[in-house]
Ligand binder design. Sequence first.
Ligand code: DX5
Ligand code: ZN
Length: 226
Amino acid sequence: MVTANKLAPSILNADLASLKDQLAAIEQGGADWVHLDVMDGHFVPNLSFGPILVEAARKHTKLALDCHLMISNPEKYVAEFAKAGADSITVHQEATVHLDSLVRVVKALKTRDGRDMRVGVSLNPATPIESLEHVLPELDLVLIMSVNPGFGGQKFIPYALDKARKLRAKADAMGKALDIEMDGGIGPKNAAEVIAAGVNVIVSGTAIFGSGDIPGTCRKMKELMG
Ligand code: DX5
Ligand code: ZN
């Protein structure tokens, strides 16, 4: 199944004091989504931001807000992210013992403008894709981590590509137009390889916001992604 390739810059390492300008810059560069890395300092060692930043971003962009919840007990917070303006909520398979019910809770949420919430599940590098076997039909998106979550600017983990290839083959065999997103250590140097592995949504943070030319780097990434 062909799913359009999308670029989702992560604002984790953006200049958050100039959020409005940073969002305008990725829009100028043709970005498709805004990736918001929510961290609680418990599920991952870093602490970032909560629904309040989703609310702030919602005011300044029409791009889809793709919320990646790297938090424990996500069931307690998903409704807050929907209220704050999320278009898609991704929870970690490792962060809950009741993934089936959590996926259904997220699917039942509405976006701020009344559309169905898109639901994703993220897998840490060492977590096999087979762990999603029974919930895959319910998912809009699977986020394959290509770094151990917590910080931007880390080194890409190559075996994440094998997971993407396997997952794309599975989704195709099911006739499912699944968004397969990859997150961590991705930039112009490896974007084409990530797409070739069956990924269709690329998260990139440091390579974009640390480049000195946000729109230009987004454009370059989009070109390389085809
Ligand atoms: C890790 C975060 C990062 C961030 C992007 O928990 O999820 O992967 O999105 O990281 P870089 O800067 O490597 O693109
Ligand atoms: Zn992320």
